[in-house]
Design a protein around this ligand. Sequence first.
Ligand SMILES: Cc1cc2nc3c(=O)[nH]c(=O)nc-3n(C[C@H](O)[C@H](O)[C@H](O)COP(=O)(O)OP(=O)(O)OC[C@H]3O[C@@H](n4cnc5c(N)ncnc54)[C@H](O)[C@@H]3O)c2cc1C
Length: 500
Amino acid sequence: MHDLFVIGGGINGCGIARDAAGRGYSVALAEMDDFASGTSSGATKLIHGGLRYLEHYEFRLVRESLMEREVLWAMAPHIIWPMRFVLPYQKGGIRPAWLIRLGLFLYDHLGGRKLLPPTSVLDMRKDPAGKPLKANFTKAFEYSDGWVDDARMVVLNARDAADHGARIMPRTKVVGARTDNGSWTIETVDVVSGRRETHQARMLVNAAGPWVDQVIRNAFGQNDAHHVRLVQGSHIVVRKKFEGPRAYFFQNPDNRIIFAIPYEDDFTLIGTTDRDYDADPRDVRISDEETTYLCNAASEYFREPVTPADIVWTYSAVRPLFDDGASKAQEATRDYVLKIEEGQGAPLLNVFGGKLTTYRRLAEHALEKIGEAIGAKGPNWTSQSRLPGGDFPAKGYEGEVAKLQQRYAFLPERQARHLVRRYGTRSATILGGAARMEDLGRQFGSDLYEAEVRYLMEQEWAMSAQDVLWRRTKEGLRLTAEQARDLEEYMAAQPASLAV
Ligand SMILES: Cc1cc2nc3c(=O)[nH]c(=O)nc-3n(C[C@H](O)[C@H](O)[C@H](O)COP(=O)(O)OP(=O)(O)OC[C@H]3O[C@@H](n4cnc5c(N)ncnc54)[C@H](O)[C@@H]3O)c2cc1C
């Protein structure tokens, strides 16, 4: 009998499982597909307070998120790093300068900023940030937020939960749940083998993201469940539009905003959109209308227009927002809501909404409720913790790269950088006793080698080329279709015992 059974391997499910396992609860987690295959790999990937939410008076959420920026950065300095955002200002534009100044003043002072530099004002006629933009943007504000590799943050939480003793089951769908004598019996199906299994738990956590209502309807038979509003957001990736590490924050005439962010060395990520969605979350794709919207919005700012022909990749995801009855999709609350239900004979916790940025705090709040329902275990612990591979100082990335290159002198700098960004101090586990490139095994394309793929299969539950190319890494941007097929064949030929 487990204490907790978690449905959903997105950031919220994995974050709760990790926190609970670290306190000594016995935990199991089922994810019906790959980790982060739902919303948690489709974000804009900002660890941010959310400047825009100030306009909707979401002070609780903004304050909690601002304080989380440096906590998360310290917890995972390989996959999270600070980023400066350039917000071009135009006289007579969408928001007056005083309003932007006030927003940024609050942003700087609401809480938690110790290492991140404060807001500054840029003369875009002199600053290199002005170069790729149209000449009418002569002034800009520059402020701090953070960036995260979202899909890796999810799998590192799953890894750490497993390292603390949790049973982690990818490709395992929850198809039913009932209560007997004060505990849950949960039925799962292995979606690869078709094998059915039942599990016992004292408490159930429904962290199924956009599927949360579907789980309530299908697994618990509550046919009228309607708690989340599904809001689609899409991104386009184009070849690098500008140099340097800073991102842009663009305001659009419809009052919305988009970001243009340096991405994976050679690219620029542009997004996002905001529109209501009512089909299956798994089928979400960018529409032509959204593509046009993003290209036009970015072209208002860049000297060189962005056209659909520049696009090398797109992705789209669905926000599972708590339905607070707001009229417009972009006004629906981004805050999370945790609801305990005791009426079924054993406790159930439903998780609605949330952001990548607030997942750790969401987990702490969930653990409070779990403690009240089945008895508390252990104090809060994650704010001082490290995710796997993140055991080096927040500002220590360059030092880790240098160390890795010292130990593995044959490694090209670019590859050393990629490895430290993905795996931090665990890069050495991948490289092991290698003394030359050939020791890393077969090269699948770009700098993806067999040693890394085997690590991902052994330690991070990677089962398909898609898992490796689009979630554990973003090598999908660089490999050809043929190289991706070779990787798929290689992975399919590996013995099942490779998986954790
Ligand atoms: C376009 C966009 C941009 C965003 N940008 C940001 C940002 O910049 N910063 C930020 O902080 N947040 C951002 N967010 C929000 C953030 O991405 C989400 O709040 C977060 O990823 C939600 O995680 P989740 O775990 O609740 O859901 P998910 O990641 O969707 O996880 C739920 C999981 O449950 C699984 N599941 C469903 N049903 C079952 C079942 N029956 N059995 C087993 N498993 C099941 C699914 O397969 C899925 O993997 C953005 C979101 C979107 C859509």
